[in-house]
Design a binder for this molecule. Sequence first.
Ligand SMILES: [Zn+2]
Length: 547
Amino acid sequence: MSRYLWDTPDSLRTLLCELVSWESQTFTKGEREFASKVQAKLIELDYFKNNPDHITLHDAGLGRDLVTAMYKRPDVKETIVLISHFDTVQTEEYGDLEPLAFHPEELTKELFKRKDDLPVEVRKDLESGKYLFGRGTMDMKMGLALHMAMIEKASVEQWPVNLLLVTVPDEEVNSAGMRAAVKELVLLREKYDISYKMFLNSEPTFTQEPGDTKDYIYTGTIGKIMPGALFYGKETHAGEPMKGITANYIASFLTQRMEWNSLFRESDLGESTPLPVSLQQKDLKTQYSTQTPYRAAALYNVFIFKRTADEVIDLFEQVAQEAVASCNFAFKSICEKENVEGVGTVRTIRYEELIHYAENKFGAEFIGKLKEETFKNTSWDDREKSINLVDKLMIQCYELAPAVVLFFAPPYYPAVNTSRDPLVINSVKLMKEVASRFNVEVNQIHYFNGICDLSYVSYMDEDDGWTAYEGNTPVWGETYSIPFTDMLQLNAPVFNVGPFGKDAHQRTERLHIDSAFIQMPVMLESLIKSMFPKRKNMSQHSMNKIS
Ligand SMILES: [Zn+2]
């Protein structure tokens, strides 16, 4: 009998199907149960039978856990962290095939029977026999299966490097799993006295355009941040429109300037960020009336490569000031034409200024109560809580109106890029070389454009640029936080190499069989082996030879 459980294409495929069959959509019971199932599976390995305390579950909030499993080689400090997420997106889009979404072999067979209903590219892939369909096959239970196989191989063959498997929930929604893992990574480093060499994720390769068959390696990940604005005008009756100013009118000036604003575009290494766009703009009236809507809110999606929260809010403020100036100008000329006074000029205020002002006016205790009222409402998500708190504060401080309050709403994914790191440069070369043995072309992308958990490691920020985030995020420290200071300590390079697949998050999600079960194990093994620490006496020996 083989000493290995997961070292052949067939056994890996069986492992993948088992992981997929443990349904784990974000926020479901399956997601809550997944961690202990992984733990039980890993305990099947002799190494963890002998070292059960090397596998630990850690709280990731809402009854969910993340798993860390450590293959520790005595006297070795260098540690490669293998990062994956085990939650998946929903499955409604499978329709009557939904019960099979988590059973790849059956689903693939069933789809074959109805292949004529499928889009041409999907049908071709199905007929080729080269793809396995199912929710989570590609994104990203295969990545987890590969990491489990690597840790098995390392432990049986006693590789001279430590491997720390970290698999987390909630990647698809809020990354609560990864944000909790960061703290554990710092603690584990102290506990085992180890150092991190690389954060290796195995999210799948995403195609860049339809029909794309190239593999991609990602050596960084794009960031995303969400500036928001609360517009507070002056109410009036629709019959007397010039006695007020609607929040919708003010909002229109800012949204016009935020959408597609190229000031927010960043470029690096030949790649650039998509332009910003609004994700929400609504007035806060809950029912129809002829009172004008005097409170509104908007949220804007901003992608980042290098900018910190501090830089983004500076820019956002600049754009808001321009918007407000032009709103004031337009409003003034209407007032002149109508021969009325108007309701004053609109100002911009940052959330941190507003809260400071409100605390001075009412005292910290009263403001604490307002916060508590907002945060205890469990039917609101973090966006709604943010808007609601700013709204409550402005209602109390209406003398500041008309005004636009600028704030941040979760989530925030900092950008990370380690393409210039020598280890990364060599690893890219190596991956291209190994892939070419399989006749596969591998391209490098510097910023993974799909948003991923790597945002929370290898954080770089020399000027405390995150403090602007803490200060301007209404839900900060209450229902949302990011472990910036721990993240600053996790400064090893990031690298993403994973299997080829197509149509993640669609009912045609599918994994390329050869890539997953044949090529990837070889690629990951070569990558890890290339990072084996050089033995000191060996390098001394070769140095002597050279001199
Ligand atoms: Zn994913």
